[in-house]
Design a protein around this ligand. Sequence first.
Ligand code: URA
Length: 206
Amino acid sequence: MLPQRLIQRCNERIAPFACEGFVYGKGSDSPSIMFVGEAPGETEIHNGIPFSGRAGRYFDGFLQELELTRDDVYVTSTVRSRPYKWGQPKGREKRKYNRTPNQGEIAAHAPILDAEIEYLEPRLIVPMGRIAYQRLAGGSARMSEVTGHLVTSPVLRLDDWDTRSYTWTNTTYPLFPIYHPAAALYKRSLEADISAHLEKLKQHLR
Ligand code: URA
């Protein structure tokens, strides 16, 4: 779906950063929902399937609660390569760890997400977690303030690579932000909120 030339240019932009691999967005070409995550992890860059690692088990649980399959939706992320840092826990081997993408990495791959939104015209965009939400909606709101609320709004698209400036789309999209599937891995107490948000999302789909 995406022009290879676009992907190549975005990958040239991200090359100076500590990122590896490339995972394509996957799913329906007329999706009922476009899910936007943060960035792939180690499992995803090896098998090329978004949300197939530990967070993926929670993501599949989200789909089950929504009574949807991966073929009904489109799954993508803010950055398509895995941002990593080296670490060496005491007495263990040095290895790569996932880290949050920085603004340079987000801008480098921004035209990919912009193109997906433009081509797929999703009926609903569900940013999962702060990185995806702020990439699309801007601002600095906390996830606890925005999750579980439907807003119809333009989204941000990259305007200029060098200055990393964004502009609003002319089209508006229904946005329903939720917590990132990995959030419950780190904070069990979010589980009840996540379930309530998914229930509300399911009502909106009806
Ligand atoms: N987190 C994401 O945002 N995407 C993945 O594919 C895996 C984890």
